[in-house]
Design a protein around this ligand. Structure first.
Ligand code: SF4
Length: 386
């Protein structure tokens, strides 16, 4: 593996060369090609670097369910909000999670169907703190031995590994984990079965695959004839991934390809996988806007129950999911599945902006609506504001 060199991976000549090869391969294919990524960082970086603008007209890259904040079930958010209102509880979570609306209506608001977020919970007196990792939550627990610290753990396998490593090492008794942890590969089993699914290729998430490896996605080419390449995030990485899948499509030979070899081993990080599955088990999980996907979430194994917020606060957590998965009129469900563009939502840029988000996809830096609001659509049809 070589060293990370942003100058190399953003090199204009390399980028132009890859764009030319992509144009040539797309011309050879001679029909519309749809590529889906399932990674919020891919979407963010694609927008930030204007990569869609470098692609030929017949190559479209769509965002799939790759933002953990966006797919986090509203019930988990409601549970985190409920805990934050308990006396003596400090609720810690990633900053991106704090503005995401749950299912509880926010009374007194005039616009639309506005729901309560953890920021609103903080405004109502809850001790809600933004953290960068579970280790910040540990520090808060050490500093507040008379309090209960709940880490609202929202993320994919990359995030969950850190929690597993912590619990194997031992964590403060005052700390507990509220799991909203998602596992990417099972979502790619569900997507091809959805009505109208017409994706030719997947750009697999480089960092999640660095944990799991790529063989876990073997079903995509084998069962569905979908071309696949795991890709990194810099312009050269993403364009190399796109070129890899176009080559497979042109040759009529869909397969798994590692287009991120400087980081990604085909078998992934075996030590990280071993830690992950010593602490967590795979369970069915509800993805917001998608539904329940078998074995797509991580819950703590029973032997780690002493750190489970659900066990510790049994009876205090709401268990019923409220009506309406997303606020009324929000199209995040379709955006998350690549079936709608953010700009097709009437609320986009009007009653829904990064400063005042109405739906979950406008909140996180990995949300598709937020990326499109900041960086445009890549075809000049939207103002670029970042
Ligand atoms: S712009 Fe996006 S996040 Fe906002 S309401 Fe529409 S679909 Fe939902």
């Amino acid at each position: 593996m070589d060293t990370f060199r942003p100058d190399l991976y953003r090199d204009p000549d390399l980028v132009a060369g890859l764009a030319a090869k992509i144009a040539g391969k797309a011309a050879q294919i001679g029909r519309k090609v749809k590529i889906m990524h399932i990674c919020g960082t891919h979407e963010h970086e694609m927008g930030r670097h204007g990569l869609r603008g470098l692609l030929p007209e017949n190559v479209e890259v769509l965002a799939g369910p790759g933002c953990p904040v966006c797919v986090c079930d509203q019930l988990y958010i409601d549970q985190a909000i409920a805990l934050s209102q308990e006396p003596g509880v400090i609720l810690a979570s990633f900053g991106d999670m704090l503005a995401v609306p749950g299912g509880v209506p926010l009374e007194g608001e005039r616009r639309g169907d506005v729901r309560m977020s953890l920021l609103d919970a903080r405004a109502r007196g809850g001790d809600v703190r933004a953290v960068y990792s579970v280790f910040d939550a540990v520090r808060i627990a050490h500093e507040n031995p008379d309090k209960e610290v709940v880490f609202f753990s929202v993320g994919f396998e990359t995030t969950v590994v850190a929690v597993a490593a912590l619990l194997l090492r031992g964590a403060p008794a005052e700390l507990s984990i509220l799991e909203a942890n998602y596992y990417t590969p099972p979502a790619t089993r569900l997507l091809p079965s959805l009505p109208g699914f017409d994706i030719d290729a997947f750009l697999l998430p480089g960092h999640a695959a660095a944990v799991t490896g790529i063989r876990i996605y073997e079903h995509l080419p084998r069962e569905h004839g979908i071309a696949c390449a795991a890709a990194g995030f810099e312009p050269v990485d993403q364009l190399a991934g796109i070129l890899a899948v176009l080559r497979q499509i042109a040759a009529g030979e869909p397969r798994l390809e590692n287009a991120y070899p400087r980081v990604l081993a085909e078998d992934g990080n075996v030590k990280a996988q071993e830690k992950l599955f010593r602490v967590f088990e795979l369970v069915p999980k509800r993805w917001r806007g998608i539904g329940v996907i078998p074995e797509s979430g991580f819950d703590l194994l029973p032997e780690f129950d002493r750190w489970s917020a659900r066990e510790r606060f049994k009876g205090l957590l709401p268990e019923a999911r409220r009506e309406g998965e997303h606020p009324r009129g929000c199209r995040c469900a379709a955006v998350t599945l690549g079936q709608s563009k953010p700009s097709e939502c009437p609320a986009f840029g009007a009653m829904c902006t990064p400063d005042d988000p109405y739906g979950p996809c406008m909140v996180s830096g990995e949300g598709t609506c937020r990326a499109w609001y900041l960086y445009g659509a890549g075809d000049g049809s939207l103002e670029v504001r970042a």
